[in-house]
Design a protein. Sequence first.
Length: 468
Amino acid sequence: MSDFPSRAHTSLKNAQMRRNVRKAVTTIRTKTGRVIAERADWQQLRDAGSAIKTEALGSLDTLLIQLEERIQAAGGVVHWARDAAEARQIIVGLVQATDSPTVIKIKSMTTDEIELNPALEAAGIRPIETDLADMIVQLANEKPSHLLVPAIHKNRAEIRSLFQAEMSRPELTDNPRDLTDAARTYLRDHFTHTRVAISGANFAVAETGAVGVVESEGNGRMCLTLPDTLISIMGIEKVLPRWQDLEVFLQLLPRAATGERMNPYNSIWTGVTPGDGPTAFHLVLLDNGRTRILADQIARQTLHCIRCSRCLNVCPVYERAGGHAYDSMYQGPIGAVLTPQLRGLAEAGSPAFASSLCGACHEACPVQIDIPRILVHLRGAAVEASRATLGGKLSAETLAMASAARIFGNAAMFGFTQDAAGLLGAMVQQDGLLPRLPGLGAWSLSRELPAPARQSFRAWWKQRKPQA
Ligand code: SF4
């Protein structure tokens, strides 16, 4: 698997993708900023969201059992999945039991996380994405590049060409109305004839057993109400203690995500209701590394995430490199901390280094996740892990850092190093800048490093200090 720098290098060459992403995130950023500014109590809402998440994670064991009891009492069935393989096995088995050759799906990052679609296809079941952007990505045989707008890397001309080819509609224009009409026609038949739907979940309420999905297109509402069987999958961190907690998150999420005051569709259901909606409801509770994250006192706040994508929309790295550089269904700053923890630092640690730690994500996050702090924590863990793989030997970087620590910790040594650096800098400088540094070729080529001053401030001050 390639790492973030090489994937970003490839993405950066795609000028069209960069234009598409920049235009889209600028629009979303402006809209969310405007709608958030309407709320004088936004900071209080953020505090409340963060406090509720901290409380929920602190009592996850009892809340999940309570949720299971409430759902089963309302006629639903709860399944527990330790990892992605177990979750796939449960869901594929449930669909096979219905004999349905197709399933309709609501946008769900959790189903992407467990790689459900390939497992369904391997079992001869056709998954049909019904969210417009997810449908575009599926038809193009690509991967999502944004949490909420998976096809953000495509513009409407590209989408028109895709629809013309995949839907046999050569007359189609790139007018947004024409494109959405074409998608609606394509999906309508699937909505009315498919007997099984698969969804994720934005929240579940332990107190009542309610499960909720919020969305903007109405495709979710169709999937949640028309089929006979509904299978939902949810990470265990999505549970909230009380019904009243929804009040906070139903205000935070739409404003931070899409700049809407309220999501156009808020679907909340509890078990099954005879004569109204699906007759069978299954909820799969997924761990897949979340309890491991929970055990880490610093990184556990990663689990507060409500997947609003605001951190992506303000991130300078995401805006330039695009979502595919993260090689994950979780991109941007939250992806940089979540993916390495889910897949392991050895396999997927490189995005944790793809940040300047500017802090824009922390400032923007509606539940105040301190992403820069988690990034630094993960980088430390990655360095420790690489030291272990070197069999206790020190890497060049660790040696350099250890030497720097010694120099900065000793005034005499620091002074001597400054003098030596000044002398060396004066010898090699070109127009006041250092040339390419030996051993740091690529790093120093892309940066302008001023040559160290010939005389340090300390020495200058000593010379000029008035004599007593
Ligand atoms: S980390 Fe915060 S800003 Fe980013 S997606 Fe999660 S909740 Fe939204």
